[in-house]
Design a protein around this ligand. Structure first.
Ligand code: NAP
Ligand code: ZN
Ligand code: ZN
Length: 356
Protein backbone atom coordinates (compact mmCIF):
# COMPACT_ATOMS: atom_id res chain seq x y z
CA UNK A 1 0.00 0.00 0.00
CA UNK A 2 1.55 3.35 -1.01
CA UNK A 3 -0.13 6.21 0.75
CA UNK A 4 0.31 9.24 -1.49
CA UNK A 5 -0.87 12.05 0.76
CA UNK A 6 -2.18 15.53 -0.01
CA UNK A 7 -1.55 18.15 2.64
CA UNK A 8 -0.81 21.77 3.50
CA UNK A 9 2.71 22.47 4.73
CA UNK A 10 4.88 25.38 5.76
CA UNK A 11 8.19 25.39 3.88
CA UNK A 12 9.87 28.05 6.03
CA UNK A 13 9.07 30.28 9.03
CA UNK A 14 7.92 33.08 6.74
CA UNK A 15 6.24 31.27 3.83
CA UNK A 16 2.45 30.84 3.87
CA UNK A 17 1.20 27.27 4.13
CA UNK A 18 0.46 25.69 0.75
CA UNK A 19 -0.26 22.44 -1.05
CA UNK A 20 2.31 19.70 -0.38
CA UNK A 21 2.39 16.09 -1.55
CA UNK A 22 4.26 13.37 0.31
CA UNK A 23 4.05 9.63 0.98
CA UNK A 24 2.96 8.33 4.39
CA UNK A 25 4.87 5.33 5.65
CA UNK A 26 3.70 1.86 4.69
CA UNK A 27 1.25 0.65 7.35
CA UNK A 28 2.70 -1.81 9.86
CA UNK A 29 0.75 -4.70 11.47
CA UNK A 30 -0.31 -2.53 14.45
CA UNK A 31 -1.23 0.51 12.34
CA UNK A 32 -4.56 2.13 11.60
CA UNK A 33 -5.00 4.12 8.37
CA UNK A 34 -7.34 7.09 8.87
CA UNK A 35 -9.14 9.17 6.25
CA UNK A 36 -9.10 12.63 7.87
CA UNK A 37 -12.36 14.59 7.87
CA UNK A 38 -11.66 17.46 10.28
CA UNK A 39 -8.61 18.98 11.90
CA UNK A 40 -8.62 21.69 14.57
CA UNK A 41 -6.22 24.64 14.41
CA UNK A 42 -4.17 25.00 17.60
CA UNK A 43 -1.97 27.97 18.42
CA UNK A 44 0.88 25.41 18.65
CA UNK A 45 0.41 24.79 14.89
CA UNK A 46 1.17 28.47 14.31
CA UNK A 47 4.12 28.46 16.75
CA UNK A 48 5.56 25.46 14.89
CA UNK A 49 4.89 26.73 11.35
CA UNK A 50 6.65 30.00 12.23
CA UNK A 51 9.46 28.36 14.24
CA UNK A 52 8.59 30.31 17.41
CA UNK A 53 10.15 27.50 19.47
CA UNK A 54 13.29 27.28 17.30
CA UNK A 55 13.08 23.57 16.53
CA UNK A 56 10.91 23.24 13.43
CA UNK A 57 12.15 20.99 10.61
CA UNK A 58 10.69 22.00 7.24
CA UNK A 59 8.54 21.18 5.41
CA UNK A 60 6.09 20.76 8.29
CA UNK A 61 2.44 19.73 8.05
CA UNK A 62 0.79 20.98 11.27
CA UNK A 63 -2.45 19.73 12.82
CA UNK A 64 -2.93 17.60 15.94
CA UNK A 65 -6.67 17.73 16.52
CA UNK A 66 -7.58 15.04 14.02
CA UNK A 67 -10.92 13.30 13.46
CA UNK A 68 -11.56 10.81 10.71
CA UNK A 69 -12.66 7.33 9.74
CA UNK A 70 -10.62 4.16 9.70
CA UNK A 71 -10.03 2.96 6.12
CA UNK A 72 -7.63 0.07 6.78
CA UNK A 73 -6.17 -1.81 9.74
CA UNK A 74 -3.02 -3.92 10.09
CA UNK A 75 -3.17 -7.65 10.86
CA UNK A 76 -2.46 -7.12 14.59
CA UNK A 77 -5.02 -4.35 15.14
CA UNK A 78 -7.67 -5.45 17.62
CA UNK A 79 -9.22 -2.19 18.85
CA UNK A 80 -10.47 -0.69 15.60
CA UNK A 81 -12.38 -1.68 12.49
CA UNK A 82 -12.79 -0.11 9.08
CA UNK A 83 -15.47 2.61 9.34
CA UNK A 84 -14.87 3.55 13.00
CA UNK A 85 -14.80 7.29 13.84
CA UNK A 86 -11.49 7.93 15.56
CA UNK A 87 -9.26 10.71 16.80
CA UNK A 88 -5.53 11.43 16.93
CA UNK A 89 -4.09 14.11 19.19
CA UNK A 90 -0.62 15.51 19.78
CA UNK A 91 1.29 12.22 20.02
CA UNK A 92 1.60 9.22 17.70
CA UNK A 93 3.99 7.08 19.78
CA UNK A 94 6.25 6.94 22.85
CA UNK A 95 8.82 4.47 24.21
CA UNK A 96 6.06 2.54 26.05
CA UNK A 97 8.62 1.12 28.49
CA UNK A 98 9.57 3.93 30.90
CA UNK A 99 7.95 4.80 34.23
CA UNK A 100 5.97 7.69 32.73
CA UNK A 101 4.63 5.58 29.87
CA UNK A 102 3.74 2.88 32.41
CA UNK A 103 1.54 5.39 34.22
CA UNK A 104 -0.20 6.45 31.01
CA UNK A 105 1.73 9.72 30.98
CA UNK A 106 3.13 9.25 27.48
CA UNK A 107 3.47 13.02 27.09
CA UNK A 108 6.19 12.88 29.77
CA UNK A 109 7.92 9.82 28.23
CA UNK A 110 11.48 9.74 29.57
CA UNK A 111 12.76 9.03 26.07
CA UNK A 112 10.60 11.77 24.54
CA UNK A 113 7.15 11.23 23.07
CA UNK A 114 6.78 11.12 19.27
CA UNK A 115 4.73 14.14 18.32
CA UNK A 116 2.14 14.04 15.58
CA UNK A 117 4.08 16.61 13.55
CA UNK A 118 7.63 17.94 13.65
CA UNK A 119 8.62 14.67 15.30
CA UNK A 120 10.35 11.51 14.12
CA UNK A 121 8.93 8.04 13.61
CA UNK A 122 10.51 5.83 16.29
CA UNK A 123 11.11 2.93 13.89
CA UNK A 124 12.23 4.40 10.58
CA UNK A 125 13.23 7.92 11.66
CA UNK A 126 11.13 9.65 9.01
CA UNK A 127 9.54 13.01 9.92
CA UNK A 128 6.02 12.84 11.33
CA UNK A 129 3.47 15.03 9.57
CA UNK A 130 0.16 16.16 11.02
CA UNK A 131 -3.51 16.47 10.25
CA UNK A 132 -3.70 19.24 7.64
CA UNK A 133 -3.73 16.23 5.32
CA UNK A 134 -6.16 13.80 3.71
CA UNK A 135 -4.93 10.74 5.64
CA UNK A 136 -2.65 9.59 8.44
CA UNK A 137 -1.15 6.29 9.64
CA UNK A 138 -0.94 5.75 13.42
CA UNK A 139 -0.25 2.78 15.69
CA UNK A 140 -3.53 1.66 17.30
CA UNK A 141 -2.31 2.44 20.83
CA UNK A 142 -2.27 6.17 20.01
CA UNK A 143 -5.67 6.24 18.30
CA UNK A 144 -8.69 7.38 20.32
CA UNK A 145 -12.27 6.19 20.11
CA UNK A 146 -14.68 9.08 19.48
CA UNK A 147 -18.12 8.67 21.10
CA UNK A 148 -20.94 8.49 18.52
CA UNK A 149 -22.84 11.21 20.36
CA UNK A 150 -20.29 13.88 19.50
CA UNK A 151 -20.38 16.13 16.45
CA UNK A 152 -17.19 15.26 14.56
CA UNK A 153 -16.02 18.80 13.81
CA UNK A 154 -16.77 19.92 17.36
CA UNK A 155 -14.93 16.91 18.78
CA UNK A 156 -11.67 17.61 16.91
CA UNK A 157 -10.43 20.33 19.32
CA UNK A 158 -10.93 17.98 22.28
CA UNK A 159 -7.83 16.07 21.10
CA UNK A 160 -5.48 18.89 22.11
CA UNK A 161 -7.31 21.89 23.61
CA UNK A 162 -9.70 19.63 25.54
CA UNK A 163 -7.15 17.30 27.07
CA UNK A 164 -4.66 20.10 27.80
CA UNK A 165 -7.27 21.57 30.14
CA UNK A 166 -8.63 18.23 31.37
CA UNK A 167 -5.25 16.93 32.53
CA UNK A 168 -4.54 19.71 35.09
CA UNK A 169 -8.19 19.72 36.18
CA UNK A 170 -7.80 16.01 36.99
CA UNK A 171 -4.29 16.23 38.45
CA UNK A 172 -5.33 19.00 40.86
CA UNK A 173 -8.56 17.11 41.65
CA UNK A 174 -11.09 19.70 40.57
CA UNK A 175 -14.68 18.84 41.44
CA UNK A 176 -17.74 20.25 43.17
CA UNK A 177 -16.66 23.02 45.56
CA UNK A 178 -13.41 23.79 43.71
CA UNK A 179 -12.78 27.37 42.69
CA UNK A 180 -11.07 27.46 39.30
CA UNK A 181 -9.95 30.34 37.08
CA UNK A 182 -8.90 30.21 33.45
CA UNK A 183 -6.64 32.92 31.97
CA UNK A 184 -7.36 33.77 28.31
CA UNK A 185 -10.47 32.93 26.33
CA UNK A 186 -9.17 31.22 23.20
CA UNK A 187 -9.21 27.62 22.05
CA UNK A 188 -7.79 26.17 25.27
CA UNK A 189 -9.55 28.66 27.51
CA UNK A 190 -13.05 28.00 26.20
CA UNK A 191 -12.59 24.25 26.72
CA UNK A 192 -11.30 25.01 30.22
CA UNK A 193 -14.52 26.88 31.06
CA UNK A 194 -16.70 24.07 29.72
CA UNK A 195 -14.80 21.22 31.37
CA UNK A 196 -14.32 22.90 34.77
CA UNK A 197 -18.02 23.78 34.88
CA UNK A 198 -19.04 20.22 33.90
CA UNK A 199 -16.82 18.89 36.72
CA UNK A 200 -18.84 20.96 39.18
CA UNK A 201 -16.38 23.78 39.92
CA UNK A 202 -17.10 27.46 40.40
CA UNK A 203 -15.45 28.96 37.30
CA UNK A 204 -13.94 32.39 36.64
CA UNK A 205 -12.44 33.76 33.42
CA UNK A 206 -9.54 36.20 33.47
CA UNK A 207 -9.48 38.04 30.14
CA UNK A 208 -7.96 41.17 28.65
CA UNK A 209 -10.95 41.46 26.33
CA UNK A 210 -14.12 43.07 27.79
CA UNK A 211 -16.15 42.01 24.72
CA UNK A 212 -15.96 38.32 25.65
CA UNK A 213 -18.05 38.48 28.83
CA UNK A 214 -21.37 37.20 27.41
CA UNK A 215 -19.67 34.34 25.60
CA UNK A 216 -17.69 33.42 28.69
CA UNK A 217 -20.87 33.13 30.75
CA UNK A 218 -22.53 31.03 28.05
CA UNK A 219 -19.47 28.75 28.00
CA UNK A 220 -19.61 28.16 31.76
CA UNK A 221 -18.01 31.10 33.57
CA UNK A 222 -19.73 32.19 36.78
CA UNK A 223 -17.62 35.35 36.82
CA UNK A 224 -15.48 37.33 34.37
CA UNK A 225 -12.56 39.42 35.64
CA UNK A 226 -10.81 41.89 33.35
CA UNK A 227 -7.21 41.21 34.24
CA UNK A 228 -6.03 44.77 33.55
CA UNK A 229 -8.56 46.24 36.03
CA UNK A 230 -6.89 46.44 39.46
CA UNK A 231 -10.16 46.80 41.38
CA UNK A 232 -11.61 43.70 39.73
CA UNK A 233 -8.43 41.75 40.48
CA UNK A 234 -8.50 42.84 44.12
CA UNK A 235 -12.10 41.68 44.45
CA UNK A 236 -11.00 38.06 43.83
CA UNK A 237 -7.95 38.10 46.15
CA UNK A 238 -7.30 34.75 47.86
CA UNK A 239 -10.05 33.00 45.93
CA UNK A 240 -8.79 30.28 43.58
CA UNK A 241 -7.62 26.73 44.29
CA UNK A 242 -6.40 26.42 40.71
CA UNK A 243 -5.65 28.90 37.92
CA UNK A 244 -4.88 27.55 34.45
CA UNK A 245 -3.05 30.13 32.34
CA UNK A 246 -3.40 29.67 28.55
CA UNK A 247 -1.77 32.94 27.39
CA UNK A 248 0.63 32.06 24.54
CA UNK A 249 3.21 34.80 25.15
CA UNK A 250 5.39 36.02 28.01
CA UNK A 251 3.35 38.02 30.50
CA UNK A 252 3.44 39.15 34.11
CA UNK A 253 2.20 36.43 36.48
CA UNK A 254 2.39 38.65 39.58
CA UNK A 255 -1.16 40.06 39.31
CA UNK A 256 -2.59 36.52 39.41
CA UNK A 257 -0.66 35.11 42.39
CA UNK A 258 -2.61 37.10 45.04
CA UNK A 259 -5.85 35.68 43.64
CA UNK A 260 -4.77 32.15 44.63
CA UNK A 261 -6.09 30.72 47.90
CA UNK A 262 -3.51 29.49 50.42
CA UNK A 263 -2.00 26.33 48.94
CA UNK A 264 -3.35 27.18 45.48
CA UNK A 265 -1.58 26.52 42.18
CA UNK A 266 -1.13 28.57 39.03
CA UNK A 267 -0.58 26.13 36.15
CA UNK A 268 1.06 27.41 33.00
CA UNK A 269 0.01 25.68 29.80
CA UNK A 270 0.20 28.51 27.27
CA UNK A 271 3.67 30.05 27.32
CA UNK A 272 6.82 27.94 27.05
CA UNK A 273 9.94 29.97 27.72
CA UNK A 274 11.75 32.14 30.23
CA UNK A 275 9.94 34.74 32.34
CA UNK A 276 12.39 37.60 31.94
CA UNK A 277 10.41 40.80 31.57
CA UNK A 278 8.78 40.67 35.03
CA UNK A 279 9.83 37.52 36.92
CA UNK A 280 7.42 36.16 39.53
CA UNK A 281 7.96 37.62 43.01
CA UNK A 282 8.58 34.75 45.42
CA UNK A 283 7.26 36.39 48.58
CA UNK A 284 3.65 35.96 47.52
CA UNK A 285 4.38 32.28 46.84
CA UNK A 286 6.22 31.60 50.10
CA UNK A 287 3.80 33.44 52.35
CA UNK A 288 0.74 31.62 51.01
CA UNK A 289 2.35 28.23 50.22
CA UNK A 290 1.40 28.84 46.61
CA UNK A 291 2.82 27.07 43.56
CA UNK A 292 3.56 27.88 39.97
CA UNK A 293 3.43 24.70 37.87
CA UNK A 294 3.29 23.59 34.26
CA UNK A 295 1.34 20.92 32.42
CA UNK A 296 1.70 19.35 28.97
CA UNK A 297 -1.29 18.04 26.98
CA UNK A 298 -2.47 14.69 28.46
CA UNK A 299 -1.71 10.98 28.24
CA UNK A 300 -3.60 8.54 26.08
CA UNK A 301 -5.73 7.01 28.90
CA UNK A 302 -6.79 10.45 30.15
CA UNK A 303 -7.50 11.62 26.61
CA UNK A 304 -9.88 8.67 26.21
CA UNK A 305 -11.42 9.40 29.63
CA UNK A 306 -11.96 13.04 28.61
CA UNK A 307 -13.57 12.02 25.29
CA UNK A 308 -15.89 9.60 27.12
CA UNK A 309 -16.77 12.32 29.67
CA UNK A 310 -17.52 14.75 26.81
CA UNK A 311 -19.61 12.06 25.08
CA UNK A 312 -21.67 11.53 28.24
CA UNK A 313 -22.12 15.28 28.88
CA UNK A 314 -22.50 16.40 25.25
CA UNK A 315 -19.44 18.67 25.37
CA UNK A 316 -17.76 19.81 22.15
CA UNK A 317 -15.79 22.88 21.11
CA UNK A 318 -17.38 26.02 19.67
CA UNK A 319 -16.12 25.80 16.13
CA UNK A 320 -15.65 28.17 13.23
CA UNK A 321 -15.26 25.95 10.18
CA UNK A 322 -12.69 27.02 7.61
CA UNK A 323 -11.36 25.63 4.35
CA UNK A 324 -7.79 24.39 4.06
CA UNK A 325 -7.17 27.27 1.66
CA UNK A 326 -8.21 29.70 4.41
CA UNK A 327 -5.52 28.57 6.88
CA UNK A 328 -3.15 31.51 6.42
CA UNK A 329 -5.91 34.03 7.05
CA UNK A 330 -7.01 31.97 10.07
CA UNK A 331 -3.50 32.19 11.55
CA UNK A 332 -3.58 35.99 11.25
CA UNK A 333 -6.95 36.10 12.99
CA UNK A 334 -5.71 33.76 15.74
CA UNK A 335 -2.87 36.19 16.41
CA UNK A 336 -5.48 38.89 17.02
CA UNK A 337 -7.49 36.55 19.33
CA UNK A 338 -10.27 36.83 16.73
CA UNK A 339 -11.65 33.28 16.84
CA UNK A 340 -14.79 31.96 18.54
CA UNK A 341 -13.32 29.73 19.77
CA UNK A 342 -11.52 27.19 17.61
CA UNK A 343 -10.96 27.07 13.89
CA UNK A 344 -11.53 23.62 12.43
CA UNK A 345 -10.46 22.77 8.88
CA UNK A 346 -12.99 20.88 6.78
CA UNK A 347 -10.57 18.50 5.07
CA UNK A 348 -13.09 17.98 2.22
CA UNK A 349 -11.83 21.36 0.95
CA UNK A 350 -8.29 19.99 0.73
CA UNK A 351 -9.44 16.81 -1.03
CA UNK A 352 -11.29 18.96 -3.59
CA UNK A 353 -8.32 21.21 -4.38
CA UNK A 354 -7.08 20.67 -7.94
CA UNK A 355 -3.52 19.37 -8.24
CA UNK A 356 -1.06 22.25 -8.56
P1 NAP B 1 -5.58 31.01 21.27
O1 NAP B 1 -6.82 30.37 20.77
O2 NAP B 1 -4.86 31.97 20.40
O3 NAP B 1 -5.95 31.69 22.69
C1 NAP B 1 -5.05 32.38 23.49
C2 NAP B 1 -5.80 33.43 24.34
O4 NAP B 1 -4.84 34.06 25.20
C3 NAP B 1 -6.40 34.57 23.54
O5 NAP B 1 -7.70 34.28 23.10
C4 NAP B 1 -6.38 35.72 24.53
O6 NAP B 1 -7.51 35.66 25.40
C5 NAP B 1 -5.15 35.45 25.36
N1 NAP B 1 -3.98 36.20 24.86
C6 NAP B 1 -3.44 36.16 23.64
N2 NAP B 1 -2.34 36.94 23.56
C7 NAP B 1 -2.19 37.48 24.77
C8 NAP B 1 -1.24 38.36 25.35
N3 NAP B 1 -0.21 38.86 24.62
N4 NAP B 1 -1.41 38.72 26.64
C9 NAP B 1 -2.43 38.26 27.35
N5 NAP B 1 -3.36 37.40 26.85
C10 NAP B 1 -3.23 37.02 25.60
O7 NAP B 1 -4.50 29.91 21.63
P2 NAP B 1 -4.71 28.38 22.11
O8 NAP B 1 -4.78 27.49 20.92
O9 NAP B 1 -5.76 28.35 23.15
O10 NAP B 1 -3.27 28.08 22.74
C11 NAP B 1 -2.81 28.85 23.85
C12 NAP B 1 -1.36 28.52 24.10
O11 NAP B 1 -1.27 27.20 24.64
C13 NAP B 1 -0.45 28.51 22.88
O12 NAP B 1 0.80 29.08 23.21
C14 NAP B 1 -0.27 27.04 22.56
O13 NAP B 1 0.95 26.76 21.90
C15 NAP B 1 -0.26 26.47 23.95
N6 NAP B 1 -0.62 25.05 24.07
C16 NAP B 1 -0.03 24.37 25.08
C17 NAP B 1 -0.37 23.05 25.30
C18 NAP B 1 0.23 22.30 26.44
O14 NAP B 1 0.20 21.08 26.41
N7 NAP B 1 0.74 22.94 27.46
C19 NAP B 1 -1.30 22.44 24.46
C20 NAP B 1 -1.91 23.19 23.46
C21 NAP B 1 -1.56 24.50 23.27
P3 NAP B 1 -8.27 36.98 25.94
O15 NAP B 1 -8.62 37.78 24.73
O16 NAP B 1 -9.43 36.40 26.67
O17 NAP B 1 -7.32 37.67 26.88
ZN1 ZN C 1 -2.36 21.88 20.34
ZN1 ZN D 1 8.36 6.29 27.71
Amino acid sequence: MTLATKSYAAQSPTSPLGLFHFVRRDPRPDDVVIDIEFCGVCHSDLHTARNDWGRTAYPVVPGHEIIGRVTAVGSEVTRFQVGDVVGVGCMVDSCRGCAACGKGWEQYCEKGASYTYNGKDRIDGTPTQGGYADQIVVTQDFVLKVPDALDKAGAAPLLCAGVTMWSPLQHWKVGPGSKVAIVGLGGLGHMGLKLAKALGAEVTLFSRSPGKEDDARRLGADRVVISTDKAQMKAVAGRFDLIIDTVPYEHDLNPYIPTLATGGTLVLVGYLGPLQQVPPHTTALVVGRKSIAGSLIGGIPETQAMLDFCGAKGITADVEMITMQGINEAYERMLKADVKYRFVVDIASLKAEAAA
